[in-house]
Design a protein around this ligand. Structure first.
Ligand code: SAH
Length: 321
């Protein structure tokens, strides 16, 4: 999937190797460069004792220049490739009604019956020693993770368009719930279980804001950034950042795959885009990258599927300490 990028990478890795080891390597990059490399080989054949002679040093300086040039070329090519890959899904739109339809037809293959292993594994990093943290679950579905965190004394606020999904969450976890309208959002409802401190808002995420339920100390974003329509990513990032408390630790789960093979959702979200969406106001750290290819993704037509976990904190916030 990254042929252009891999090609360039191989070329500049080769150059790095030749530069570090002083080994002449011939590249198919046109006559001027090849003859220069040949000249180096000739120089070296004459004598190995003058390896560090001034002329050689001068040539190494040229190599450094070439190396940095190739780095720019490789980075540019990777950028072009990523843009092309993002372009594949840029226009894809899942209407809210289609999500509701999936819930009505029980086509909810995204739902997992167990706590997400990436949340479990990285919970310490999210909590960072804190107890009783306010967790936000954008596009929460009926994720069992919400109960798991509530059982540990944290509070949970989620947003989900499907009322069926919300009701199933409470019912399947044997929790009673109340149901009230949300005055700030026409047509929206909030479903609560006060004992467990779980409140799930049934509305479009883009109608939600910090004026409704404040800001949060942690966010678990699984199946959320990767599920919203690609054209809404900037709007989504701005909303999420506006919901982050100063000490918020935001755990984000993304997928890397070849968007030529599958149109999503979940959508392809490269690390470069995570950094461009959040990097101006946040520190973004890639915590983990795992091969997550299963038969489910193979059925979608994919032959590779990576899952990346990022920890995002506001710049200059107490959460980075
Ligand atoms: N995070 C959940 C669900 C992921 S699937 C999990 O891990 O299981 C995405 C969910 O978002 C679906 O349940 C869908 O109904 C809901 N959804 C999609 N777009 C939405 C929107 N704009 N606002 C609120 N919910 C939305």
């Amino acid at each position: 999937m990254n042929d252009d990028f891999t090609g360039c990478l191989l070329v500049w890795c080769g150059f790095l190797n030749s530069w570090v080891n002083g080994i002449p390597v011939k590249y198919n990059l046109g006559p001027s460069l090849s003859s220069r490399v040949d000249q180096r080989a000739g120089d070296r054949a004459r004598s190995t004792s003058d390896r560090y002679a001034p002329r050689q040093t001068a040539m190494r300086a040229t190599d450094v220049l070439l190396f940095s040039l190739l780095c720019h070329v490789a980075a540019g090519s990777a950028q072009v490739n990523i843009s092309r890959m993002l372009g594949q899904q840029a226009e894809r739109v899942m209407a809210l009604g289609e999500w509701e339809e999936r819930w009505q037809q029980d086509r909810i293959g995204f739902h997992q019956p167990t706590v997400h292993r990436m949340l479990e594994k990285n919970l310490d990093k999210v909590l960072n020693g804190r107890t009783g943290v306010r967790f936000f679950f954008p596009l929460c579905g009926k994720a069992i993770d919400m109960k798991w965190l509530a059982d540990q004394g944290h509070s949970v606020v989620g947003v989900e368009i499907s009322e069926k999904g919300i009701q199933q969450f409470f019912e399947e976890n044997n929790m009673t719930f109340s149901e009230e309208p949300v005055p700030e959002i026409p047509g929206a409802k909030v479903f609560r279980n006060p004992e467990k401190n779980i409140s799930l808002y049934q509305c479009d995420l883009f109608q939600f804001s910090s004026s409704i339920a404040g800001r949060f100390g942690a966010i678990w974003d699984r199946g959320s950034l990767v599920a919203i329509n690609p054209k809404d990513r900037e709007k989504y990032a701005a909303l999420i950042v506006s919901l982050m408390d100063n000490d918020c630790r935001y755990l984000l789960d993304t997928f890397l795959y070849n968007p030529d093979q599958y149109r999503g959702p979940p959508f392809f979200v490269p690390d470069e885009q995570v950094r461009s969406l959040f990097g101006s106001s946040c520190n973004v750290e890639l915590l983990q990258s795992v091969d997550a290819l299963t038969d489910r993704q193979r059925d979608w037509g994919l032959d590779s599927f990576m899952e990346n976990i990022h920890l995002i904190t506001l710049k200059n916030s107490s959460a980075t300490k």
